[in-house]
Design a protein around this ligand. Structure first.
Ligand SMILES: Cc1cc2nc3c(=O)[nH]c(=O)nc-3n(C[C@H](O)[C@H](O)[C@H](O)COP(=O)(O)OP(=O)(O)OC[C@H]3O[C@@H](n4cnc5c(N)ncnc54)[C@H](O)[C@@H]3O)c2cc1C
Length: 537
């Protein structure tokens, strides 16, 4: 698996999907399952886009970009039989927040242990923590109704859309008034302000608020970040809410399972075959032209690339209404994250003096204080990468030994902030890459003094590198920020949030469409079901 030719078997299809990221593959699988003749065309040799596993250092498998999974929709796993096709999720049991001069804060799957840990910093926080979890769980269940269906169209008078609004209204009505107010606060407040309504202790608030800034060019004190916090609470594994895990074999295994499923239904996949442009005749998409000049005809063309790349590069402004082009230009990508992947010849030792390694098996957040994380953002605002960044670290080899040789480890650090638009200009990132990697390793060294001695290989990815490798515009990890003005019926732009585009027979199915980024498969699934339901393919 994962070895595909760059030549299609035919030159005409019911549907051609541009991009073999996990959403393109999910979309292709649903269409092929419905009996359509489908081709997926991927530019890289490896499938998966931002959800990919690669042996970048011999013997060590890196989840090059996306590193933890939780949002993947359980019904897609069932409907595409992804477990049979190789998907296996290993649950993560801890969130660890190391602190200078202290043994840090660990939140465990065991709620009693978590309460004891939090009580060291604040007995009040410890007593409120379970209540907070319950409230977020209830709001997540409400939000699940939004992410598992196409976005409602509030401006439409179509009776089906009005019914959908009514259904959502009913779900909202089912929440008690307190929850409705909380929902509103979540949509409008900063992660820190929202959490401060509940909690007071330093290590708890920044550790929790951190998930509100992942993938956004905002600070933990910026309004709007509380919502992203919820996005990270919505994870579900085997029906258990708020569960995160590793994909066995790395995140790319999810994409491979999706590709296997698509092929089992008869879809064809070619790799190493970039699309140069969408062929348009009389305002209709009629196929794609590859970078090598080959032309493939299709009744329907579906792009899983981000809106900017799809419309401004592969379609071209001439084929699009001016207002739509302006809206796509306004759509915010603003990459703000980087990634450092390390191959280690042994497990580094943390300064904290905590016995054992079980607290290292989940994610490790470097966010010692609210000011620390906000200061990291201050530098990014003015075009610098953070010298002491917020880090979300995982060591997946502790839970999945298949990704490293025996006794050795893979450590991945997701880094916030690394602005795409550095002061010197994005094209100067290659000269800054080493300094950026050093800042990340220096930060880890403050907690693991021997980290440098353990490193036998590394990969440093700036947002510029992310863009170059995956095609994600400005390296934005979600194909566009998950800010309120770019969500639901506004994603990617108002009037075009139902996977259609102004070009007839050209559809979208990537993370730049509702319900957005993260390895969840939902945009691919909802796009396919919408097309099938509306005779789009
Ligand atoms: C560094 C990083 C860390 C992340 N961490 C997490 C995480 O831990 N958990 C999580 O849930 N999400 C995470 N994400 C987000 C998540 O990975 C993405 O939202 C998701 O994978 C996007 O999937 P997609 O299929 O919509 O698009 P993509 O993965 O962007 O797929 C698009 C595909 O199109 C291909 N392509 C581009 N141009 C062309 C062309 N011209 N012709 C043909 N093919 C082309 C690309 O190679 C790619 O395969 C992370 C992302 C990044 C970058």
């Amino acid at each position: 698996m994962n070895e595909h030719t760059d030549k299609p078997r035919s030159n005409s299809y019911d549907a051609v999907v541009i991009g073999g990221g996990h959403n393109g593959l999910v979309c292709a699988a649903y269409l092929a399952k419905a009996g359509k003749k489908v081709l997926v065309v991927e530019r890289r040799q490896v499938l998966g886009g931002a959800a990919v596993s690669e042996e970048t250092v011999k013997g060590f498998t890196f989840s090059t970009f996306s590193y933890v999974v939780s949002l993947f929709r359980p019904h897609i796993i069932r409907e595409l039989d992804l477990v049979r096709h190789g998907l296996q999720i290993i649950p993560m049991e801890t969130t660890y927040n190391p602190l200078p001069g202290d043994k840090g804060l660990v939140r465990w799957a065991d709620s009693g242990k978590t309460r004891d840990e939090i009580a060291r910093f604040s007995p009040k926080d410890a007593s409120l923590y379970p209540e907070f979890g319950l409230a977020m769980g209830r709001l997540s269940r409400f939000t699940k109704n939004v992410i598992d269906t196409t976005a409602p169209q509030p401006a439409s008078l179509d009776p089906r859309e009005l019914m959908k609004m009514l259904r959502l209204g009913r779900h909202l009505r089912d929440l008690d008034p307190e929850m409705r107010y909380l929902n509103l606060k979540l949509l409008t407040m900063s992660a820190v302000d929202f959490l401060h309504e509940w909690f007071e202790s330093e290590p708890l608030v920044p550790s929790m608020a951190g998930s509100g800034i992942i993938g956004t060019f905002l600070g933990i004190r910026s309004p709007g970040t509380a919502y992203v916090l919820l996005h990270h609470y919505m994870g579900e594994i085997d029906g258990a809410f708020r569960a995160w895990g590793f994909s066995k074999g790395g995140t790319g295994q999810i994409s491979i399972a999706c590709a296997n499923a698509a092929e089992s239904f008869g879809a064809e996949i070619i790799a190493g075959a970039g699309v140069d442009h969408v062929k348009i005749r009389n305002g209709r998409a009629v196929g794609v032209v590859l970078e090598n000049g080959d032309e493939i005809k299709a009744a329907t063309v579906i792009s899983s690339l981000d809106p900017n790349r799809t419309f401004l590069k592969l379609v071209g402004e001439r084929e699009l209404p001016g207002e739509f082009v302006s809206n796509i230009r306004r759509y915010k990508n603003r990459g703000s994250s980087g990634k450092v992947n390390l191959a280690l010849d042994r497990l580094p030792s943390f300064r904290d003096g905590r016995p054992g390694i079980s607290h290292l098996k989940g994610d490790i957040t470097i966010a010692p204080s609210v000011d620390y994380v906000e200061r990291a953002y201050d530098e990014a605002k003015y075009g610098e990468f953070s010298k002491r960044p917020f880090l979300n670290i995982v060591i997946p080899s502790l839970s999945d030994p298949s990704v490293a040789p025996p006794g050795k480890h893979v450590l991945s650090a997701f880094v916030q902030y690394a602005p795409y638009n550095i002061r010197e200009g994005a094209e100067n990132w290659p000269e800054k890459r080493d300094a950026f990697g050093d800042a990340v390793i220096d930060t880890i060294e403050e907690f693991c003094p021997d980290i440098r001695e353990c490193i036998v290989g590394k990969q440093v990815l700036s947002p510029w590198d992310i863009e170059k490798i995956t095609g994600l515009t400005e390296g934005n990890i979600f194909q566009g920020e998950l800010s309120l003005e770019q969500l639901a019926f506004l994603r990617p732009v108002a009037e075009w949030s139902r996977y259609r585009s102004p070009v007839r027979n050209l559809w979208m199915c990537g993370s730049g469409t509702h319900p957005g980024g993260g390895v969840m498969g939902a945009p691919g699934e909802l796009a396919a079901k919408t097309m099938l339901g509306e005779g789009g393919v």
